[in-house]
Write a protein that binds this ligand. Structure first.
Ligand code: ADP
Ligand code: MG
Ligand code: MG
Length: 356
């Protein structure tokens, strides 16, 4: 499981009374309604809550930065003008992630209330500002310059519920840059093209890879058209097994086989044909299934075992996995090692409470 975009997590050990007060189940993952709006201050004032920078893609960004050299990661999202925004800024600053937030003064920063009872956690998210990202923010010259300088774009699927035009701008940018490779007038690049199958770096600057995470089953279920619009641009698509199954169901694939679904994802039509697509499906403790476009069958990579007693919080494991994977891609580590870097970062993350 992972969390919606650009939120500040307010996490506390609670009790049944607190759950009942807000009509929550012990293991909910829901969007806040009016009746939940008081939960956040309640957690802070009465339950010794910890404030943690949250948000699925933001955690992936922090994870990738943890591995990469300083100032490697730019994160873009939307916050309000409040103390929660300050918490997010402080957290990403501390970790060396360069954040460019659109500030929407009319909205509070997105918040995710997390109530822990025994081994259960109930998450209640008020998206608020996180829902108000706008393309014109990204298209400001000083920000677009940073976008153009990046080598890998990663979009959390949750953002398909927020601002599809911003996603498509990144997708088009990546595909447009790739077209340069087709031109025979750049002979110096051809050796690279010839070996570009999963040898993704050294990337000539200004040529981007586009990666997307499915993020949650409800994305393929209820945002199918938006998701499908981005599919031709995926160089990498990442998800867990429940998201893969939801994709298969929404697209009538008539299968519950993760390898078959991964193959399907890898073989979908692709805008840039110079780089094959890689589809990566994690399955918790089971091996990660990887399908590479044009290959037969799939590859299977075992995860790194973590003893039961060492596990603190498997929430956000997939986001950490994506962070490690992306760091590997950025550093040109090749597929097998990049996936293992994902497994490694995920194994670190589940030993900690909260996406530390
Ligand atoms: P999500 O968090 O999106 O549901 P998964 O549950 O598939 O994603 O976890 C992503 C990765 O995190 C796995 O591939 C694995 O490397 C690691 N992981 C998750 N749960 C465990 C666990 N209980 N023990 C060891 N590794 C785990
Ligand atoms: Mg899982
Ligand atoms: Mg996930």
């Amino acid at each position: 499981m992972s969390k919606p975009p650009t939120t500040s997590d307010i996490q506390a050990v609670g009790n049944v009374k607190l759950l009942e007060k807000y009509g929550l189940n012990a293991n909910d993952a829901i969007l806040a309604e009016e009746k939940h709006k008081g939960l956040y201050e309640d957690l802070l004032n009465n339950y010794d809550a910890k404030l943690i920078a949250g948000g699925a893609a933001q955690n992936t960004a922090r994870g990738a930065q943890y591995i990469l050299p300083a100032s490697s990661v730019l994160y873009i999202g939307c916050v309000g003008q409040d103390k929660y925004a300050e918490i997010l800024r402080a957290a990403v600053d501390r970790e060396g992630v360069h954040a460019e937030y659109r500030v929407d003064a009319s909205q509070p920063t997105g918040r995710c209330g997390v109530i822990i009872t025994d081994h259960n956690r109930s998450m209640c998210t008020d998206l608020a500002a996180a829902n108000h990202y706008k393309l014109d923010h990204m298209k400001q010259p000083e920000i677009w310059e940073l976008v153009e300088a990046a080598s890998v774009y990663y979009v959390g699927g949750y953002h398909l519920t927020v601002c599809v035009p911003a996603i498509m701008a990144l997708a088009e940018k990546a595909a447009e840059a790739n077209k340069v490779w087709e031109e025979p007038s750049h002979p110096s690049l051809s050796p690279f093209i010839a070996s570009c199958h999963n040898q993704l770096t050294p990337l000539p600057s200004g040529r981007q890879i586009f990666a997307l995470s499915l993020s949650a089953p409800f994305i393929p279920q209820f945002f199918k058209d938006q998701l499908d619009g981005t599919a031709p641009y995926w160089d990498y698509v990442v998800g867990n097994e429940t998201e893969a199954l939801a994709y298969a169901q929404a697209h009538n694939l008539n299968t519950t086989s993760i390898p078959v679904i991964a193959r399907h994802l890898a073989d979908l039509p692709k805008k840039n044909t110079l780089r094959r697509r890689t589809a990566i499906i994690t399955q918790g403790t089971d091996p990660t299934i990887v399908a590479v476009g044009g290959e037969d069958g799939v590859r299977s990579f075992p995860v790194r075992g973590v003893g039961k007693s060492e596990i603190n919080d498997t929430n956000g494991a997939g986001d950490a996995f994506a962070g490690g994977l992306l760091a590997g891609i950025v550093e040109g580590k090749g597929l097998e090692l990049s996936v293992d870097m994902g497994h490694w970062l995920a194994s670190l993350s589940i030993r900690e409470l909260g996406p530390s």
